[in-house]
Design a protein. Structure first.
Length: 644
């Protein structure tokens, strides 16, 4: 799973080969804490793969393993498979079972067990065990649900729960004990019809807000509730339908997400040399009503100097402005990494307004797999980046065919919940070449225009041959010329271009799409950001720009390989033979990249050389978003200084 969705823990995938690591960044050194999950079956060890044995041995021999910052998690896919450990030092590790007797366990249950292990790794030092799950419920109508959840949690997880007064030691103060438990707990609010009638439930909600605890609301309302409680703002909610397994998975995922987000913020604060006592690490955004309730209860909870750091995406500007009027300074983790704590002092609701970002990408599944990635990883990076920038006022442009399951559609879907009416269409351009839009019906076009600004490009004025009729099959030549003209138009008004992945072979056009868009941008001196950790053409471009050997060249720059791999491309090159200015010149593109070099790249995109190396090797969505945000911010400052 990528770093999006349920628990937001980055995951990299490998079969019998270990994923390749971009230059200087071993996969298992990406984070403060790393886990190696090995799915063990007899086939793996019949294969006797030396690389896997060496990986487990090296991983468990690292000092971080003994210190608890690394975990080896075997999953026994077949009966007795966990006994086939490749390394004696971890031969007695208790494996996560993939089978329950003769029955295969469902994937969700297996993932749930792994998530609990990961949560245990994130337990703060000094705490001997995982935080307690506090089940807050009204005695009047929530006890049955709470009891069923508790029983399932006991049977199917290794998590400890706090249920009622029977969990309080005898002779202890009732109120003090509950507050103490909540101060270090993950709080599950079982929202029933009578929840708001219970003073204890309201008090427990207040304590959870006071101590900034991770909270999940279970909607178990049957007939209706008198009101939505103010403290429920910005809280995740799951519906109870007599489905304890589904709800428990949501609890465990949110439990891990909350712990990982707070640990991540703590690491960022430490890395920036900030005073940890001046920061509140939040697993969810601060909410105006919740903060007001908390401050009414405890006036000394936080001073105006306290910085609230929460996960992306950023809150809307008007909501942040209201929080600021209460003296609450709040920024996301990405903003903290990109700009430091001073970002919270900005009064600009949309600091990226006027910035147009071109996303240049396509899927290269084979290269993604080599890098231990998947299409879901690519989506996580793109959608998270688009959402962060969109909320801060940026607009976007991309070339694409606007398929129902294409990445353009997925980008739009990721930002729509945070947009005002028509805001997405006004700030998202989709450039469409004529061989695609000529097939559209009028009603299809009108439907698409509800979601995005369509830029429909006419047939190209071919200098290499006559244009074809609109109702005929489009030959490779016309496709190539149409794509080149569309890409020139796409690039010319961009503030910057973000390149990620990109198909290396099997493309339409004179060049791979990402490569051509990068070359056009560099010729126009438009800043480019290379997210090379997910492989593809972007990685090839980075390798050429940063290579120590000026003669070194990836195979994607070999024209003959493209001709040999695709008959249609060979036909295109033949058609362009009599027009030298249009014939693909991969050697010339490679020389353009070499002339730019790492120094030139840093000069145009305003990241330092080390920051560009970090961006090119990163597979972390957070790190990628923060570095690009930092570069774009510096671009805006530089342009403002020039205008003055």
């Amino acid at each position: 799973m990528p770093a999006s969705g349920s628990s937001e823990i980055p995951v990299w995938l490998a079969g019998l080969r270990i994923p390749a690591a971009p230059r200087g960044r071993p996969v298992l050194d990406d984070a403060d804490r790393n886990a190696l999950v090995v799915v063990i079956d007899s086939e793996l060890y019949r294969a006797r793969v030396p690389a896997w044995r060496q990986l487990v041995e090296d991983f468990t021999a690292h000092p971080d393993f003994a210190a608890g910052r690394r975990a080896y998690i075997p999953v026994a896919a077949t009966s007795g498979a966990h006994l086939l450990s490749p390394v004696p030092a971890v031969a007695n590790t208790n494996a996560v079972p993939a089978r329950d007797g003769s029955q295969q366990r469902d994937l969700g249950s297996i993932v749930q067990d792994i998530q609990v292990v990961l949560a245990r790794m994130l337990t703060p030092s000094g705490m001997p065990e995982l935080p307690t799950l506090f089940l807050s419920h009204a005695k009047a109508d929530g006890e049955v649900v709470a009891q069923e959840l508790r029983e399932h949690l006991f049977k199917k997880t290794q998590l400890k729960t706090f249920f009622d007064r029977n969990d309080i030691p005898h002779a202890s103060n009732f109120e003090t004990s509950i507050e103490h438990v909540i101060a270090n707990a993950f709080v599950v609010l079982i929202w029933t019809d009578r929840f708001a009638d219970s003073q204890w439930c309201l008090q427990e909600l207040g304590w959870a807000l006071k101590y900034s605890r991770p909270i999940l609301v279970i909607d178990a309302i049957r007939e209706g509730a008198p009101r939505i409680l103010p403290g429920f703002t910005n809280l995740p909610i799951i519906r109870w339908q007599g489905n304890p397994d589904t709800v428990i998975r949501a609890i465990v995922s949110e439990f891990l997400r909350g712990m990982s987000q707070q640990a991540l913020i703590g690491s960022c604060v430490e890395a920036l040399g900030m005073d940890a006592s001046s920061v509140i690490a939040r697993s969810l955004p601060p909410a105006l009503q919740s903060e007001l309730l908390t401050r009414l209860e405890v006036s000394t909870h936080a001073s105006s100097e306290t910085l609230h750091v929460y996960p992306d995406p950023p809150l809307p500007g008007e909501e942040l402005a209201l929080l600021a009027r209460m003296g609450i300074r709040a920024i996301t983790t990405t903003q903290l990494l990109a700009h430091g704590p001073a970002a919270s002092n900005s009064r600009d609701d949309e600091p990226l307004k006027g910035v147009q970002v071109v996303f240049s990408t396509s899927n290269d599944e084979e290269d993604l797999e080599v890098c231990g990635q998947s299409t879901e990883h690519l989506d996580a990076v793109l959608s998270g980046m688009a959402l962060h920038m969109f909320v801060l006022g940026a607009s976007f442009a991309t070339g694409g065919d606007f398929r129902s399951n294409g990445f353009v559609t997925r980008l739009i879907d990721s930002v729509r919940p945070y947009a005002r009416e028509n805001a997405v269409a006004e700030r998202f351009e989709s450039h469409i070449v004529w061989p695609i839009h000529k097939e559209w019906k009028m009603e299809d076009m009108e439907e698409r225009e509800l979601h995005v600004t369509l830029v429909l490009h006419p047939p190209p004025n071919s200098r290499a041959g006559p244009s074809v009729r609109m109702d005929s099959k489009i030959p490779p030549l016309e496709w190539a010329l149409a794509l080149t003209e569309m890409r020139r138009s796409l690039i010319k008004n961009a503030t910057c271009l973000v390149a990620i992945c990109g198909r290396r072979f099997g493309f339409r056009g004179r060049y791979p799409g990402v490569l051509e868009e990068l070359a056009l941008a560099i010729e126009l001196k438009i800043p480019v950001y290379l997210v090379a950790g997910l492989g593809g053409v972007t990685r090839d471009v980075w390798d050429v720009i940063s290579a120590d050997d000026p003669a070194w060249s990836p195979d994607v720059f070999d024209l003959q390989q493209h001709i040999e791999k695709a008959e249609e491309y060979a036909e295109l090159v033949k058609d362009l033979a009599h027009e030298p200015s249009l014939k693909p010149d991969f050697s010339g593109v490679r020389m353009l990249l070499r002339r730019l070099g790492l120094k030139g790249l840093s000069e145009i995109n305003r990241l330092t050389e080390d920051e560009n190396r970090q961006l090119a090797s990163s597979r972390s969505p957070l790190e990628i978003h923060a570095l690009i945000a930092k570069g774009i911010s510096r671009l805006k400052v530089g342009r403002a200084e020039v205008m003055r």
